[in-house]
Ligand binder design. Structure first.
Ligand SMILES: Cc1cc2nc3c(=O)[nH]c(=O)nc-3n(C[C@H](O)[C@H](O)[C@H](O)COP(=O)(O)O)c2cc1C
Ligand code: SF4
Length: 764
């Protein structure tokens, strides 16, 4: 009875609820599978990548040689590792740090012994190698004179690659002799290039084999203190690197980077045997000797990219195609805008925050001189702004200045092209320092690539650092950053040497340079050292602009053609921003016969391009600048830009920039204003409109004769003779003219991969 009564009841329940029950069970089942799958994906052993066949292939115990050169206790996890093939190891690696860091942590002052290897067929390289031996021997002698230090440079050894057994030197790094445990080795190579079969091919194949031998660590030479290569070739028959000039030296440099774990001590040097070989070798040897001394003293290669540490550079660097390099990881989280008004500098600052010192920076110097000690620092080293800016690669100098290496400097050091300022004005990027004496700005532009971390404010109410201190600090910071790039693949020795003398300064980094009360003194110091000055201001500080002394080229940013658009795009802090902007244009007009004046337009699709051509033409008519630089915006993906609704869609394509410039040019012609399209740099989406004042006999002269500028400046200072922008102009290079693209043919173009390749972005 019970059974029969239960069964129909159960069936009835089943029929009523079977669909939800089945659905629930199916959901539970799918959820279960999903979680198991996720867990498996997170387990490294189940990576979808096939394991390296080199690591999988077993070898007998006899075949294996293990030379862990560091005393290192294995972790319990390592002890349990299945016995696989043992490998020849240059160094044991600590967890969480790369080899370079590991070596540097262990680095102590040492005795450095250079080992010079050369190859030759027609003897010229052998002779040059013998010369190098003498140079290094002399350096070793000079350094050891009267010194009883426990580090130093030892006399070099010389080896002909055709006579050495490669296994003796290139399977593992030589060990220190038992009587001098602090001795370490640096390999120096001098090799010619031959497109016929020579010992060099055998040698390079040997390096290839070592690198790819599964029994040997991929970087078995990481025990070396460093290496450097110099190549000889013939430019008459192999005029460019693409055509094979010094190609084997380049290959050797790459192999050694791999085998040593990127321990390039000094950049690759190249010399044309029929012209500059001796001079280039000399320059390279000087740099190398200096570095050898540094390694001996510090025991390491210093900071920089692997090979010389990590270099932090402009944000846009990430968009560049880099094939052989480790890039420092950057925080993906966009930083929030840090407004100085919002920062409490500790202590009871409430009153100050509620009513900031109402000191307009234009009147600042007189007021601040009385109470410097009570004023706060703009960017104290303990502040979040300081942390954020240094994380982005800025070197903060004093309490309100900064310096940073731009991506073009690195590109130029590698022979991959300079920024548009080379095409337009002749500035080689590796000779250019990018800096600002004021990290604070009075705008919060939507496209600012500074990650919104720069301080903002309308008034200068901070402690003021003296210009001498800033000048010294920014130069030191710049040179230090350049030195950090010496191990970057592709950096050329001759460019590296040139970069150790700053020739140009772009005062345009972050913030507003004319915000700094001693900007005139600072610019004077640049000029005294024959460093040209390009100063960019945001057209918000007319009084300061009016009293600004002569600079080599003076810019104002023109980010919109009308009040509403400017408010939206620049988000100015001043309520009378439009009036300030207009006054700045008037001042620029007055200055146009004394110095080169430039309008810089940054096009942001959807913000300041559409229907604004006439508005921009009005502004040009008002300010009559010598030049109008037009460039497509750089997308930086920060919170401030995202918050303003900026996406990749707002970045114009080059054709769109071209269309805009053409219409603006037409509009200027219609109004009888004498302008024309002077030059272009398609690579960074940038075009230059120039006043006909810079067109001589039908030829554009947008470049600058820097030597002439300094001559004239000197005359002005000493004899009171003023000069005009036309007095220091130079003819524009053919390849930079409108229609020719603007890429220096002597540099090697590297195209960016990926879908946004046409939206190659630019600096600043
Ligand atoms: C047959 C031959 C092939 C060469 N191939 C190249 C080459 O591909 N690329 C290059 O830059 N130089 C090339 N050169 C130039 C040599 O690298 C250059 O003359 C070098 O200084 C020779 O050094 P050595 O006298 O030590 O052998 C070649 C020279 C010869 C004779
Ligand atoms: S001008 Fe600007 S982008 Fe060009 S090299 Fe100098 S700092 Fe870099």
């Amino acid at each position: 009875m019970t059974d029969t009564s239960v069964e129909p009841g159960f069936l009835a329940v089943w029929h009523t609820f079977r669909i939800p029950i089945i659905a629930s069970l199916a959901t539970l089942f799918l959820l279960g599978r999903f979680f198991t799958q996720q867990k498996r994906l997170k387990t490294p052993s189940s990576s979808s990548l096939p394991p390296s066949p080199r690591l999988e292939k077993p070898v007998s115990e006899k075949e294996s040689i293990a030379i862990p050169s560091l005393d290192f206790k294995p972790t319990s996890q390592e002890k349990q590792k299945p016995s696989g093939p043992k490998r020849i190891l240059g160094n044991r690696q600590f967890k969480g740090i790369d080899k370079q860091q590991q070596n540097d942590q262990l680095a102590k002052p040492s005795f450095i012994k250079p080992i010079i290897f050369f190859a030759t067929l027609t003897i010229s390289t052998q002779k040059r190698a013998q010369w190098l031996v003498e140079e290094l021997r002399a350096a070793a002698q000079a350094k050891s004179k009267g010194s009883d230090k426990d580090y130093g440079l030892l006399p070099p050894e010389l080896h002909d690659l055709s006579e050495v057994d490669f296994d003796d030197y290139f399977v593992s790094a030589p060990k220190s002799p038992p009587n001098s445990l602090h001795t370490r080795y640096v390999y120096c190579f001098l090799i010619p290039t031959y497109n016929i079969d020579t010992i060099i091919d055998t040698f390079l194949s040997h390096l290839d084999e070592i690198h790819n031998d599964f029994r040997i660590d991929t970087a078995p030479l990481s025990g070396l203190a460093g290496y450097s290569v110099f190549g000889f070739g013939d430019k008459e028959d192999w005029p460019t690197e693409e055509e094979g000039f010094c190609s084997q030296a380049k290959d050797l440099d790459r192999w050694m980077a791999k085998l040593t774990g990127k321990k390039r001590a000094f950049p690759l040097g190249l010399g044309d045997t029929k012209s500059d070989a001796e001079a280039s070798l000399k320059e390279w040897a000087t740099g190398l000797t200096e570095v050898l001394g540094e390694i001996a003293e510090t025991g390491g290669l210093g900071e920089g990219v692997p090979g010389s540490g990590n270099s932090l550079e402009s944000d846009e660097e990430e968009s560049e195609d880099e094939e052989d390099e480790q890039r420092p990881k950057k925080s993906k989280k966009p930083q929030a805008v840090v407004d100085l008004e919002d920062i409490n500098f500790g202590g009871s600052n409430k009153k100050a925050r509620a009513s900031p010192l109402p000191v307009d920076f234009t009147t600042q110097s007189s007021q601040s001189s009385n109470n410097q000690s009570t004023l706060k620092e703009m960017v104290p080293s303990t502040s979040p702004t300081y942390a954020a800016l240094t994380k982005q690669g800025y070197t903060i100098v004093g309490s309100h200045s900064g310096v940073k290496i731009c991506r073009w400097t690195k590109s130029a050091l590698r022979g991959r092209g300079s920024c548009y300022k080379f095409s337009f004005y002749g500035i080689k990027s590796h000779l250019c320092m990018e800096t600002t004496p004021s990290l604070s700005c009075s705008n919060k532009c939507v496209f600012c690539w500074r990650h919104g971390t720069n301080p903002v404010g309308t008034t200068w109410r901070w402690k003021v650092d003296p210009p001498e201190m800033i000048f010294k600090g920014v130069k030191e910071g710049h040179y230090k950053k350049i030195k950090m790039l010496k191990g970057v693949p592709g950096v050329r020795a001759e460019r590296f040497a040139e970069a150790m003398r700053i020739r140009h300064c772009a005062l345009s980094l972050v913030g507003e340079p004319i915000f700094y009360p001693h900007i005139n003194e600072f610019v004077g110091m640049l000029h005294d050292e024959q460093i040209s000055s390009f100063l960019v201001c945001n057209a918000q500080h007319p009084d300061q602009l009016a009293t600004l002394n002569r600079v080599t080229q003076l810019y104002v940013s023109i980010d919109a053609s009308n009040r509403e658009s400017l408010r939206k795009i620049d988000r100015p802090l001043h309520r009378d921003f439009w009036e300030r902007f207009q006054r700045c244009l008037d001042i620029l007009r007055e200055k146009r016969n004394e110095q080169r004046t430039v309008f810089r337009l940054t096009l942001v699709k959807g913000f300041n391009v559409e229907d604004e051509v006439k508005g921009y033409a009005d502004l040009v008519e008002k300010g009559l600048p010598c030049f109008v630089e037009v460039k497509g915006v750089t997308y930086c993906g920060t919170s401030s830009s995202a918050g303003a609704g900026l996406t990749m869609k707002n970045v114009p394509f080059y054709e769109e920039v071209v269309a805009f410039v053409t219409s603006l040019n037409d509009e200027l012609q219609k109004r009888g204003l004498k302008y024309g399209i002077g030059a272009e740099h398609a690579h960074s989406c940038c075009i230059l409109l120039a006043s006909e004042r810079f067109n001589v006999d039908g030829k554009w002269h947008t470049r600058i004769d820097y030597d002439r500028f300094f001559e004239l400046l000197h005359k002005e200072k000493t004899e009171g003779i003023s000069f005009r922008p036309e007095d220091y102009m130079r003819e524009t290079e053919e390849w930079a003219l409108w229609g020719n693209g603007g890429f220096d043919p002597t540099d090697q173009r590297v195209r960016k991969k990926g879908k946004n390749r046409d939206r190659v972005v630019t600096e600043e």
